[in-house]
Design a protein around this ligand. Sequence first.
Ligand SMILES: NC(=O)c1ccc[n+]([C@@H]2O[C@H](COP(=O)([O-])OP(=O)(O)OC[C@H]3O[C@@H](n4cnc5c(N)ncnc54)[C@H](OP(=O)(O)O)[C@@H]3O)[C@@H](O)[C@H]2O)c1
Length: 346
Amino acid sequence: MKNIAIIGAGGFTGQELIRILASRPDVRLRKITSNEYAGKTLLEIFPALAVGEIKHLVFENHPENSESLKSMDFVFLATPDNVSMYWANALHGTGVKVIDISGAFRLKDKAVWEKFYGMEHTAFPLMDSAIYGLTEKYREQIKNASLIANPGCYPSSVLLPFYFLRDFLELFEESIIIDSKSGTSGAGGRKEKDSLGYSTVYENFRAYRIEAHQHQPEMEQEINNLSGSRFKVRFTPHLLPVFRGIYTVAYMKPKSLPAVDMSKIKNTVKAYLDKEPFVRFYDNPNDLQLKNVQNTNFADFSLHLDVHAGVFILLSVVDNLRKGAAGSAVQNMNIMMGAPETMGLL
Ligand SMILES: NC(=O)c1ccc[n+]([C@@H]2O[C@H](COP(=O)([O-])OP(=O)(O)OC[C@H]3O[C@@H](n4cnc5c(N)ncnc54)[C@H](OP(=O)(O)O)[C@@H]3O)[C@@H](O)[C@H]2O)c1
């Protein structure tokens, strides 16, 4: 039985972690923290998540130091970036495995990190030991990791298809245009911000942070890890009037149109996906819909070539709170503890 703590359990991704972990026989939620809900039971605050023995688990204040966390096997950080930085550092070397859902440890370049996150990185030496938690790519490294930097939600929707497309990236010019739409739970968290909350987006649709979104360098870093090319990502995020789910469209220009053999590309991708439990390829673009992945750990994608315009198109969908956050975090935990990768997720 593995002991689990979730710091930031009252937020959107924290709640999703509780939902996934609550009924597992092989792990036990021992500590859930939220200053907002401290002293209240799970049943009082989130009745839908209150199942089995953890029904009466009481939210605690966020801890003041790491003492009470040292008896845990895993600590999930479902917290803002600066808070994750602090806790990853405090738990470093204690033997506790940390899975960080924030962006604190995703970028390997300190200057780029500080530019896009708008703060000083106070625990940068840990970056070397942080394994980027794109499970399908980094399975081997994840097995023995002590700190996982779980991918961002938008990058999850982009990088999973790109990973399976890796043999063909050299066919394309360096500029990649990525246009993503997210449900409001992907931007701003539980406490609604005026400009990003559901009430702003309801009966509305808008782009945001088009000049500098921190997921752009994350995508660029990881796409460039897949190929010898130096791709440049142009990323535009939008908010949809739904609660959860991300729909991404990526456009790439082939260097030579005749060199893009779609049946070869699709057959290669499908062969890779044979062994993948959560990543699914579709021939028909109409199959790419938020409702097919909402509340699941699936990542769906399709690939198309517009011969007229000379553009290659990738469509993909994920649930930002599942495959884009808590679901992949648990998938990583499963690997780290030697459990079946799909445990609790199918
Ligand atoms: N939402 C998504 O789709 C998504 C996807 C991937 C990654 N992420 C990342 O995951 C993290 C959490 O996102 P979210 O959407 O779950 O945010 P959220 O709903 O705003 O929840 C944030 C949580 O962090 C806690 N917190 C705030 N300050 C803290 C402190 N000083 N010490 C400890 N805990 C503190 C809050 O505690 P209280 O309960 O006391 O307020 C709350 O539980 C963020 O870094 C975000 O970028 C989010």
